[in-house]
Design a protein around this ligand. Structure first.
Ligand code: AHR
Length: 499
């Protein structure tokens, strides 16, 4: 079957700049993410790790994504993490019970190891503060350890540990999911607002150059209203989290629409707080510092963390990418959660690794969907069945009333370095969509296309069969875009060179 679509592209219709930090990552001491993913201190395979124990195959896969920022050390883990346990000689570091995932933490990978790894990868660190069992004193000490060049105790402790120069960590978040009932040290919005306000003031006294991220919820809850109102004058980013997923194909690929609505609503809450709190010129952006496709119930293991991704999930991740581009004016940072082994595009065994299906659309976004976001006109069939949107936001009945019409063709576009980049997910399960792509302006004759497709929507990559779903590069003529066929359940990125 085949239906028709229309995409109109006008390079002058710029809606905003895509912040490079949209393609950031997240590492947590959870499952096999750090130990066995980022480092393997016991590796016996020649060449798989370097002298610092870094997994070189993982480092290469993450380097290719050019992630500007990586968030660490949690996640829920951070709410009972004491950073001092993870610095100094390894033989002196205490092994601790860990309360988020009920494991044990050796503390062999800590602040200095993370900073060195960031340098190796070419990314900037983003640290999350412990607002569960941690204190403001401890947070200030961590900031001093990382950023101070003065002759003071924690700055000198860093020097003693072999790191003369400060790390200058710019991004710091005030706790993680502090609202969650699973959290060590769960707080009410009022209590969090009061404490985070005090922490923010003190942290900025010690280092006024840092950027602070407040802990938001889903972006459209009471928590979000209260916390944006209370903290707007102190913060630089407001964080929201969401993981989408469904075993139903259409729900899986339409679910990210809920995150797009969340961004739109959060940006209004931020605007409202700026007006009511009389700080109209404050620059506060959304930091979507955990997002991905994840259903803990369908992943094996007690953490439900080692999600196995299919082509359906790759299409869902493409929909996530598209929404970040469309909402570019509001998004200051977004962090795929996580990077390796845990809810991750990259998976390892003790001797090898492979890229999951979701890595491929994510790589294409990371490489090409930067620059200026364009406002498009898109026509095509609308999905009329039950969507993931309504399922996902079930607990907030009112938001269902503002469910957008979900088109099968999910599209975004950017302009950068003389190219128009158009990202198209055809979410139809059974229809190819022959689409007329119409442009303002003049373009070169040859267009490059990158396609992620497989006949079987359940296709996935494994350690023994790594390339079942991957990127196929091809070219077509600019003329061909007048009637370009997007195959059913495919993701295509088109690169069109401006003449
Ligand atoms: O990324 C896994 C977990 O999901 C994080 O620890 C937590 O912040 C979120 O609930």
């Amino acid at each position: 079957k085949s239906s028709k679509g229309l995409i109109k592209v006008d390079p002058c219709r710029v809606v905003g700049t895509v912040d490079d930090k949209t393609y950031s990552g997240f590492l947590e001491h959870m499952g096999r993410c750090i130990y066995e993913g980022i480092v393997d201190y016991d590796c016996k395979v020649p060449g798989l790790t370097n002298d610092k124990g870094y997994r070189l195959d993982v480092a290469k896969a993450l380097k290719d994504l050019e992630m500007p920022v990586v968030r660490y050390p949690g996640g829920n883990f951070v709410s009972s993490y004491h950073w001092m346990d993870g610095v100094g000689p390894k033989e002196n570091r205490p092994r601790r019970p860990e309360l988020a995932w009920l494991g044990e933490e050796s503390n062999h990978f800590g602040t200095d190891e993370f900073m060195e790894w960031c340098e190796f990868i070419g990314t900037e660190p983003y640290l999350c503060l412990n607002m569960g069992t941690g204190t403001l004193d401890e947070a200030l000490a961590w900031l001093e350890y990382c950023n101070s060049d003065r002759n003071t105790y924690y700055a000198n402790l860093r020097r003693k540990n072999g790191h003369e120069k400060p790390y200058n960590v710019k991004y710091w978040s005030l706790g993680n999911e502090v609202w969650g009932p699973w959290q060590v040290g769960q707080m009410t919005a009022e209590d969090y607002s009061k404490t985070a306000f005090q922490w923010a003031k003190a942290l900025k006294l010690l280092d006024p150059s840092i950027k602070l991220v407040a802990c938001g919820c889903n972006g459209f809850s009471e928590w979000d209203y209260t916390v944006t109102q209370a903290l707007i004058s102190q913060i630089d980013y407001y964080s929201i989290h969401d993981y989408t997923s469904s075993s139903d194909y259409y729900k899986n690929v339409t679910c990210p629409a809920a995150a797009e609505r969340a961004i739109q609503i959060t940006s209004k809450l931020i605007d409202l707080a700026k007006i009511t709190q009389k700080v109209p010129n404050r620059n506060v952006k959304i930091c979507f510092d955990e997002w991905n496709v994840w259903d803990p119930d369908r992943a094996p293991g007690h953490l439900g963390a080692e999600e196995k991704y299919t082509l359906s999930d790759a299409i869902a991740v493409a929909a996530w990418g598209n929404l970040f581009i469309r909402q570019a004016p509001h998004v200051g940072m977004a962090n795929i959660a996580q990077c390796v082994n845990v809810i991750a595009p990259v998976m390892t065994t003790g001797t090898d690794s492979f890229l999951q299906t979701i890595y491929h659309p994510f790589l294409l976004f990371c490489k090409y969907m930067r620059g200026e976001s364009l406002n498009l006109h898109v026509e095509g069939p609308v999905y009329t069945g039950e969507t993931g949107f309504s399922d996902h936001v079930d607990y907030m009945a009112w938001i269902k009333d503002i469910e957008p019409a979900l088109m099968l063709l999910d599209v975004s576009a950017t302009k950068k370095d003389g190219y128009i980049n158009i990202a198209v997910a055809n979410r139809s399960l059974d229809e190819d969509l022959t689409t007329s792509i119409v442009f303002e302006g003049d373009y070169q004759e040859i267009v490059t296309t990158y396609t992620v497709y497989h006949d079987d929507i359940a296709a996935s990559n494994t350690i023994d069969n790594k390339e079942v779903v991957s990127i196929k590069e091809a070219t077509c003529k600019f003329e061909d875009l007048k009637a370009y066929t997007f195959k059913k359940h495919s993701f295509v990125l088109l690169r069109v060179a401006i003449a």
